[in-house]
Design a protein around this ligand. Structure first.
Ligand SMILES: NC(=O)c1ccc[n+]([C@@H]2O[C@H](COP(=O)([O-])OP(=O)(O)OC[C@H]3O[C@@H](n4cnc5c(N)ncnc54)[C@H](OP(=O)(O)O)[C@@H]3O)[C@@H](O)[C@H]2O)c1
Length: 278
């Protein structure tokens, strides 16, 4: 079995200064990966890089940040192409909805738009840029292993909200459902590109509530009804006792992804055989 991350692998973490993104980045660094995190705000990215560096195995691991809006396809494309490493893994952990909570009649069209951008487009554009770069490299290598087969993975963070009609989160639930549909469809499309040059897989996680900077902010903007339905009652201290940390969720995501990867290798090739035989 190949480790999820091994020394010298490169991980891109979109939203890597946030709660879950930073926790994932720290775990990846602790496994020996080079890590680049992406977000819109320089200060938290710089602070996150310092924390991630403290988690790395060796000072030879490069930990970097890029300031950009992940919902702007040209910014993402430029940043990914200008990076001097091609990622082995892309984690899409940007998103949230603290500025877009409320009932449909109470939020603005701009909030609906912003929530879709920060959750759906901020996932779709990094995934597309990474995939475009990967396929181009495979084509240059004439779909042959060079010198060995690349293992290329996209790991997407959606939300349990993707499955729910949650009043007061009406900008968010469709955006997370769209993210789910993207992952489900892209997983099949990527089977077309697995070859001796590269093996591709798409993973998705649907966490429930967990403690993060975004979670804290959301407590001030959620409607009373949404909070009641989600069981988000009590003080922040009560919530901190009740809900898992970003670090806990990050380790569950990486554990599940490792186990799934072992199984997926077989599923991938079984499905590919079916597709090829059609
Ligand atoms: N916390 C929860 O309870 C919970 C539950 C289920 C699912 N989730 C999902 O899990 C993921 C991580 O959540 P979290 O709570 O860790 O969030 P968080 O602490 O708010 O961090 C999210 C990060 O995404 C970045 N981001 C958002 N929009 C962006 C954009 N357009 N371009 C670039 N960066 C952008 C933010 O940085 P900037 O604002 O500086 O750009 C921030 O660092 C999100 O997708 C969230 O929807 C969270």
């Amino acid at each position: 079995m190949e480790a999820t991350t091994s020394p010298h692998k490169t991980a891109f973490v979109a939203g890597g200064a946030g709660g879950l993104g930073k926790a994932l980045a720290k775990l990846l660094a602790a496994q020996g990966a080079h890590v680049t995190i992406f977000g819109r705000t320089k200060g938290p990215l710089e602070e996150a890089v310092k924390e991630i560096e403290r988690s790395r195995l060796s000072e030879t691991q490069e930990i970097r940040f890029v300031v950009l809006d992940l919902s702007d396809s040209s910014q993402v494309e430029t940043a990914f192409r200008e990076h001097d490493r091609i990622p082995d893994m892309l984690f899409c952990a940007a998103g949230g909805n603290h500025a877009q909570n409320g009932f449909f009649v109470d939020i603005t069209a701009e909030q609906v738009d912003a929530c879709m951008k920060n959750n759906y487009y901020a996932t779709a554009y990094p995934a597309k840029s990474a995939l475009d770069i990967w396929i181009e490299e495979d084509k240059r290598n004439k779909w042959k292993a060079s010198p060995r087969t690349h293992v290329r993975r996209i790991i997407i963070i959606s939300s349990a909200a993707a499955f729910l009609g949650l009043p007061g989160s009406i900008a968010y639930t469709p955006a997370k459902a769209a993210v789910r549909a993207l992952a489900d469809t892209l997983r099949f499309e990527m089977l077309r590109y697995s070859s001796p040059a590269s093996k591709y897989s798409v993973h998705i996680s649907f966490p429930g509530d967990f403690i993060s900077p975004g979670f804290y902010q959301e407590q001030y903007t959620k409607t009373h009804l949404t909070k009641s339905m989600q069981g988000l009652k009590g003080s922040i201290k009560d919530l901190e006792k009740k809900y898992p940390s970003s670090e806990k969720v990050a380790s569950l995501v990486l554990d599940a992804f490792t186990i799934l990867h072992i199984n997926l290798e077989h599923v991938t090739f079984d499905i590919m055989n079916i597709i090829l035989s059609l």
